[in-house]
Design a protein around this ligand. Structure first.
Ligand code: CP
Length: 364
């Protein structure tokens, strides 16, 4: 059985299999209308969502399956103190597959470690959002036609932006990909992403301070919202919230075939006049999310029957219960009965990284 917690839980070939299945579903919708007859998807959403939850729901309905779950954990026994692990064990009695969104980093991993059915991470705090990555990849495939040899600009909140982290990890497996990081100092891409992903894979990257200076070289511009809910300090949020705003004027120097992606929701970082530009692909991207989630559900249910399809949730060199994570939003600091898990950093084996959220341990 396979879970999807991080984009790297899927091989490059498996990702392409899912994207290709998504394309086949788009071309042959009727063929898949009963593909999940009798199957149930549980959507466990501890954090607000419009696109991810409803696209999972719509995806399962289009496959002829059923959906159960909650969109507000406070209306479930979570409000009485039930842990993520126990909730997962309970849902295993009712469903065939789980899609979970949680504000705690590492929650989907804890769920997978306690599950006999596939768990899909539908976003865990600022850590990862692999089904958005599949959505982005299907969109890039349909709009640009390739994953190799593209220059992609990531703009906005690159620190807390889980969609950015997940897409960079997925693209780091392709050749000729260049990434341009456009963010204020406070919201730059975390060091572990630069060192453990970009440097180790040789993916070219540069950091710039304006959209204008790089616009002409981009094949894809990936805009993101500055996420108020990730800030501990409201003044800090106010200082950066309007840092990058894309409007039609700024697009004048962009290539005619460039595409603008955004995981959405947007606040003010793309002005509405841009929506009419054919390069604005973000609402087409939303629809791709449904098709690629249909493909993912089908593949994970198929792989659940295949003993050879597994993923290593905890690396072999993991140290258990020796260090404590310094990230206050890590599930190991938020819930009881969660072992702390640390593995050596890929770039510096003498440094440890939390298996749930990739943060460093508290200094001893
Ligand atoms: N892109 C995305 O995750 O949107 P939602 O928060 O609405 O699910």
């Amino acid at each position: 059985m396979k879970h999807l917690i991080e984009p790297t839980d899927l091989t490059k070939e498996e990702i392409e299999e899912i994207v290709d299945l998504g394309l086949d579903i788009i071309a042959n919708r009727e063929k898949y209308s009963e593909a999940c007859k009798g199957k149930k998807l549980a959507t466990l959403f501890y954090e607000p969502s419009t696109r991810t939850r409803l696209s999972f729901t719509s995806a399962m309905m289009e496959l002829g399956g059923n959906v159960l779950g909650f969109s507000d954990a406070q209306n479930s026994s979570v409000s009485k103190g039930e842990t993520c692990a126990d909730t997962t064990k309970v849902i295993n009695c009712f469903a065939d597959i789980i899609a979970m969104r949680h504000f705690e980093e590492g929650a989907a991993l804890v769920s997978a470690l306690n599950s006999r059915i596939p768990v899909i991470n539908a976003g865990d705090g600022s850590h990862a959002h692999p089904t958005q990555t599949l959505t982005d990849l299907l969109t890039i495939k349909r709009e640009i036609g390739r994953f190799d040899n593209i220059t992609i600009g990531f703009c906005g909140d690159l620190k807390f932006g889980r969609t950015v982290h997940s897409l960079i990890k997925a693209l780091s497996r392709y050749s000729g990909v260049k990434i341009v990081l456009i963010a204020p100092d406070q919201l730059r891409l975390p060091d572990y992403m630069k060192k453990e992903v970009c440097d180790l894979t040789g993916m070219e990257y540069k950091e710039v301070s304006t959209l204008e200076e790089v616009m002409p070289e981009l094949d894809v511009l990936y805009m993101t919202r500055v996420q108020k809910e990730r800030f501990f300090d409201e003044d800090e949020f106010d200082r950066v919230k309007d840092c990058f705003i894309l409007d039609s004027e700024k697009l004048k120097t962009a290539k005619p075939e460039m595409r603008i992606l955004h995981p959405l929701p947007r606040v003010n970082e793309i002005t509405v006049d841009v929506d009419a530009d054919p390069r604005a692909a973000y609402f087409r991207q939303v629809e791709n999310g449904k098709f690629v989630r249909m493909a993912l559900i089908l593949k994970l249910l198929e792989w659940a029957k295949d003993n050879e399809k597994t993923n290593t949730l905890i690396p072999a060199n993991t140290v258990r219960n020796k260090y404590r994570c310094r990230n206050p939003r890590c599930i190991s600091n938020m819930e009881v009965n969660v072992d702390t898990l640390f593995r050596p950093a890929a770039d510096h084996p003498e440094e440890m990284r939390c298996v749930y959220c990739e943060s460093k341990p508290v200094k001893c």
